[in-house]
Design a protein around this ligand. Structure first.
Ligand code: ADP
Ligand code: MG
Length: 256
């Protein structure tokens, strides 16, 4: 088993103007880890996931995916940007991001949503991508919707399509940012079931969620973020059951 982490973030600092949103975060996931990221609203969870694939560029810190360090350069004004566009594209496609708001392309069918990036970004063979996409839609339980447009799907079906789309890039890790938070309660279960299956398959995932019971069951590790810093990091039994941090304990207690 390789010791190289699937994803490693070290010393991540992110500021928005005067606000320091991430204050030197270290987080790494080994292959097969499911890392639950907990924390109050505004603690920096989304920003951390967005830094991992450079949707936000951190002012300091290093990101590596499957051992490949993302190269950044500093501009004259002090801000940083990716130094190598092709490396950035490659790294981005190896991190499958699933957002709270499904973010499917509205003008494309479900199947086209899933094959778009593998064909146009990864330049893979179209027929092979279509076959793989159909298998993924089968896996998430919406194969019968493949020729429908997103607007004709329920929220739970759209989110499952978004998961299939992320998986189609054969990512090194999946990043979930509150994937069930905008769903009606009766649709949450069907999405969590898919995520559970992925966890059981040994896929590497970072999972931001307020579904604490679910997180405790599927995560191999949990971290609690407080005002841009990791306050608690350990096995779920510790983080959920006997946290060392008083703030983490209060957070968990307030959610139950
Ligand atoms: P969480 O996902 O834990 O709720 P976020 O990462 O979304 O937290 O936000 C952390 C903090 O950063 C919040 O105070 C938020 O208002 C601020 N923030 C996030 N994105 C931006 C942005 N693009 N510009 C300015 N402030 C931002
Ligand atoms: Mg968020």
């Amino acid at each position: 088993m390789s010791q190289t982490p699937a994803l490693s973030l070290s010393g991540i600092v992110k500021r928005f103007g005067p606000l320091e949103v991430l204050r030197g975060v270290d987080l790494s996931a080994r292959h097969g880890d499911v890392v639950a990221i907990l924390g109050a609203s505004g603690s920096g969870k989304s920003t951390l996931l967005r830094c991992a694939n450079l949707l936000e560029v951190p002012e300091a810190g290093e990101i590596s995916v499957a051992g490949e360090v993302l190269r950044l350069k500093t501009r004259p004004d002090g801000s940083r940007v990716a130094a190598d566009r092709r490396q950035l594209d490659r790294v981005r496609t190896s991190l499958g991001m699933v957002f709270q708001q499904f973010n499917l392309w509205a003008h494309m069918t479900v199947l086209d949503n899933v094959v778009e990036a593998p064909v146009h970004v990864q330049k893979r063979n179209r027929a092979e991508c279509v076959a793989e996409a159909e298998a993924l839609l089968e896996k998430v339980g919406i194969a019968d919707k493949r020729h429908h447009y997103p607007a004709h799907l329920s929220g739970g079906q759209q989110q499952r399509a978004a998961i299939a789309r992320a998986l189609a890039m054969r990512p090194a890790a999946m990043l979930f940012d509150e994937p069930t938070s905008s769903l009606d309660p009766e649709l949450v279960g069907e999405v969590l079931r898919v995520i559970r299956t992925l966890a059981e398959e040994g896929r590497t995932m970072l999972l931001v969620t307020h579904e604490l019971g679910f997180a405790r069951e599927v995560a191999s590790r949990a971290v609690f973020l407080h005002r841009g810093a990791i306050e608690e990091d350990g096995p779920p039994a510790q983080v959920f059951g006997a946290p060392k941090s008083e703030r983490c304990r209060q957070f968990i207690a307030a959610q139950l």
